[in-house]
Design a protein around this ligand. Sequence first.
Ligand SMILES: Cc1cc2nc3c(=O)[nH]c(=O)nc-3n(C[C@H](O)[C@H](O)[C@H](O)COP(=O)(O)OP(=O)(O)OC[C@H]3O[C@@H](n4cnc5c(N)ncnc54)[C@H](O)[C@@H]3O)c2cc1C
Length: 528
Amino acid sequence: MPFTDHKQLWKDIKSGATADWDVIVIGGGITGAGVLRESVRRGYKSLLIEQQDFAWGSSSRSSKMVHGGLRYLAAGNISLTRHALQEREGLIREAPLLVKRLGYYYPLYKNRFPPPFAASILFWLYDRLAGIRDHRRIGNDELGRVFTELDRSQLNGAFYYTDAVTDDARLTLRVLQESVQVGGSVRNYTRAARLLKERGRVIGLMAEDRETGQEAPLNARVVINATGAWADRLGNAALAGMKIRPQRGSHLILSADKFPVSHAIFLLHPEDGRRLFIYPWEGQTIVGTTDIYHPQDLDIAASMTLVELNYLLTAAQQLFPERPPTRDDVTSTWSGVRPIITSGKSRNPSKASREHKVWVEEGLVSCSGGKLTTFHHMALDVLAGAQKFLPPPTETLNLRIFTSPSATGAEITPEDPEMGERLLGRYGQSAVALMASAPEHERTLIPGTHTFPAQVRWALQHESVLHLDDLMLRRTRLGILLKNGGAEVLDKIKPLCQEILGWDEVKWRQEVKRYREVISSYYAVPDE
Ligand SMILES: Cc1cc2nc3c(=O)[nH]c(=O)nc-3n(C[C@H](O)[C@H](O)[C@H](O)COP(=O)(O)OP(=O)(O)OC[C@H]3O[C@@H](n4cnc5c(N)ncnc54)[C@H](O)[C@@H]3O)c2cc1C
């Protein structure tokens, strides 16, 4: 099932054929996607607009963990942790290889918090809130069998437990896809230039097509502001007294050929004692994250500094002391900006609340904060806030997010059923058509990745790709999983872009230039 036809929708909007909506969602990250899903499910005529590409903001640049957050539990925030753990379990059930359970090791440091007894209560409670029993205490010897080079002289064993990881951009796209399949409309590169008001009430917005600069007014019974870190920039009044504090978090990718890890591990940074994590993701090894105030222009993608690079490398060197990773070993980097809601009083950003907030004004509901993990819970809160502007829902509520595919992994990729399951997680039932419609030579994985060329074809045909970076960084993750932004595969991708998107030689060269600038500015290893 294709995403909304980008060109046709704008034509309809300009001609006035599609100017009136029940719900317009501003922001194409996971929060907006979740709200759209719930809105469409209730029978409302709903549109989502995103000023850049879908998942361009934090929702493609998070740590990609679907977790309760041990940190929040340790800080006493039981309700956030419980909700997040329940969401985690639901997502693992509904989209198993998109949201995948992963084993984590939490080393206990001698003479450091938490002592083993406190940690055992923490992990017991963590599992209990999730309704599972996965944790156990292990000794230094067992830890050494999993992380062979780790210096264990300062350790007092570890706790093993489980959480989950995902591909955040694909999770967002899957939720959008589910919404479009049941009648929702989505349009990337479309900005809410300003809110339209009548007698103090929001009645719609002025939409701007970012590619042409054209504007068109849109009316809605209710506008949802799901713009994350941008939430206080739309001229909305209700956030008064609260601030969105942008906090940057950066990560780097090391090649798993040289620095393999089979599980996630939380290590204390030797310089400041912060916990950092190193974990396997998409066949590579990730090191994250920093947590730094980010006062820069949010419309320019965040990027890692040299200081952050060295800080993360120092953390990784604890795990591989015999061949310490250096900047030459880094495949790529990324930085995201957390929307932290603050009253301006908290001095320690890492301790600031990660809970979401919903603000209701006349005709406008804003939502920010929260986590990738809790997007569905946020969507339900937003719809509850929006209900008074809307007629009663036509559909009864269904707490599932995803439609269960009827196919099995073995039917899609008989030679490797797990790959088929992976595709079902990412595309739902469309995974069947995705593989069936691809020529034979597109059904072999691109070396060094878990991506089939068939997925590239599918994205170009069905997923509203306007630029090469949409394809390389968010529909697929080839741009961060391969060195030099995946320069080696561009020649193979070019004919597909020409065949499906009609790009001529000039357009291809423009796109490659733009893409190289994006990679070198925001995803490369920072210069010394
Ligand atoms: C470094 C980092 C690590 C994280 N790790 C985790 C984790 O492991 N697990 C977890 O659960 N959560 C994690 N999070 C939190 C999670 O990523 C965010 O809570 C979530 O992605 C926020 O989604 P969102 O849709 O609200 O915001 P975003 O994804 O930022 O989306 C907002 C969108 O609104 C668009 N927009 C803004 N203004 C306009 C406008 N005027 N018109 C149209 N569109 C507009 C932006 O372009 C943007 O794409 C992390 C966050 C960061 C930054």
